[in-house]
Design a protein around this ligand. Structure first.
Ligand code: P5A
Length: 452
């Protein structure tokens, strides 16, 4: 992308309404625009990151054997009357009446609708196990929408639903989700810790939230510091292997880690004092097992092996896709701006032309730009006629992990500068070597997508 043809409305001043750094940086970097409380337009840069996050989520869901579909945002109220949640959900639900006076709602979640799809089409235990998911906008009329996309009213969620014959199989689906979520967050450069939580309006008492530690997090959390040493890494996992998934769950949930909803001082006191931590966290996902809570009242049954119909065991599993942008920025920024992890960056590298209009410099930038694209990388080329300082400031603000700086003085020695956004370290390389180095850096990231 050439910046001269892009739409990147960066702000020079700090917006007054933003109380936390991720909200401030998303507004300043021209990623989002608030349309009304808790409802945002996604401007091109924000939309690019959103799409990258969605792509990682899709890849890891499909790797785990889950099947994508797409349900609508609007739902008939009658489905929710069947489960009994229409009245229970309260004021967070946005209720709408159409011209025929039929009650609709803007879905805050999809347990009822997916259960309806299941009961319409699945009849036998032989079609199980089944996990269906989608990535779709949700609406929750939060009493206090705040912190930008972190607590929106309209927000993007990946929500998945498993259908199993037995409780044991459904718990395997739970474990499978836990494993796939660990991989998903790590690919985004995040450490998200599974913590025992509360079922809330979704239901079920077997549930974990995934939390990213951050001072600005809305949840208070209590944990054994040893848990922060765990990483999932590049291990190979067979998602059909019950024992393997169970072992990962045990590894990641055996140490004390709870949100304030389930925190128990007496058990916490057993953790050695020097490892006890109280902190704040951002909830970026939650998984639930709730058995037959929806399948029973809604008649989602299958014919079991002995010929009798039984309600299916279910769970649901959510990732806060739009909230993740805020969480990633909270965990990755400095006083100059955002520092994107390589897995989610909107562009792989910026190219800064120090002397726009100079034939040699323009030519060198064009070749770097072309070579990067030919190698499957997406550069953002700042080809505007602007001061070097202003170009550097925008690049730092929008947080691309790498920058190639090209100017006539370096080119006279066949040299450009490759700068790392996080460390600020620069190295001098020939233009060809700079591109080759970036190809090397991004190889594992592009391969992770290709393998999925
Ligand atoms: C699981 C999937 C559910 O809704 N039903 C379907 C279950 N879970 S949840 O925990 O309530 O939501 C899942 C994730 O969505 C994000 N989230 C939000 N993101 C931005 N703004 C909001 N107002 C908001 N509410 C929830 C969280 O990341 C949450 O973990």
């Amino acid at each position: 992308m050439r910046l001269s043809r892009y739409f990147l409305p960066v702000l020079k001043e700090d917006p007054k309404e933003a109380q936390i750094v991720s909200h401030r940086l998303m507004l300043r970097a021209g990623m989002i625009k608030q349309q009304t409380a808790g409802i945002y337009s996604w401007l091109p840069l924000g939309y690019r990151v959103l799409r990258r996050i969605e792509q990682i989520v899709h890849e890891e869901q499909e790797r785990a054997g889950h099947v994508p579909l797409l349900m609508p945002t609007l739902q008939p109220a009658d489905l929710w009357r069947e489960s009994g949640r229409y009245d229970d959900y309260g004021e967070e639900m946005l209720r709408i009446t159409d011209r025929h006076k039929r009650d609709l709602l803007y879905g805050p979640t999809n347990e009822e609708m997916i259960t309806d799809i299941f009961r319409s089409h699945v009849n036998s235990y032989k079609d199980l196990p089944l996990t269906l998911y989608h990535i779709q906008w949700k609406f929750r009329d939060e009493i206090r929408p705040r912190f930008g996309v972190m607590r929106g009213r309209e927000f993007l969620m990946k929500d998945g639903y498993n259908f199993d014959l037995t409780k044991e199989d459904a718990l395997h689906a739970y474990n499978r989700h836990l494993v796939s979520y660990l991989r998903t967050y790590e690919r985004m450069g995040l450490q998200a810790i599974p913590m025992r939580a509360d079922g809330g309006p979704i239901g079920g008492d077997y549930t974990h939230e995934f939390l990213v530690l951050a001072e600005t997090g809305e949840s208070e959390v209590f944990y054994d510091s040893q848990i922060t040493d765990l990483t999932f890494g590049d291990r190979q996992i067979d998602y059909d292997d019950h024992a393997q998934c169970q072992a990962v769950l045990e590894e990641f949930t055996s140490r004390y880690a709870r949100t304030d909803e389930t925190h128990d001082e007496a058990i916490f006191a057993d953790v050695p004092e020097d490892r006890r931590r109280t902190a704040r966290g951002i909830e970026v996902g939650q998984i639930f097992y709730f058995g037959t809570k929806y399948s029973e009242p809604m008649g989602a049954t299958v014919v079991g092996p002995d010929g009798a119909r039984v309600p299916v065991h279910m769970g649901s599993h959510g990732i806060g896709v739009s909230r993740l942008l805020g969480a990633i920025i909270e965990a990755n920024h400095d006083d100059k701006g955002i520092i994107w992890p390589e897995g989610v960056t909107p562009f792989h590298a910026g190219i800064v032309n120090l002397k726009q209009g100079d034939e040699t410099t323009d030519g060198a930038c064009e070749s770097i730009y072309g070579e990067m694209r030919a190698a499957g990388l997406e550069p953002l080329y700042d080809d505007r006629n602007d001061r070097a300082g202003a170009k550097f400031a925008s690049m730092d603000l929008i947080g691309l992990p790498w920058r190639i700086t090209v100017g006539p003085r370096g080119l006279a020695k066949n040299i450009v500068e490759l700068t790392n956004r996080r460390s600020g370290d620069s190295i001098e390389l020939s233009p060809q070597d700079a591109v080759a180095r970036l190809v090397e850096i991004y190889r594992p990231i592009l391969q992770a997508s290709a393998r999925a």
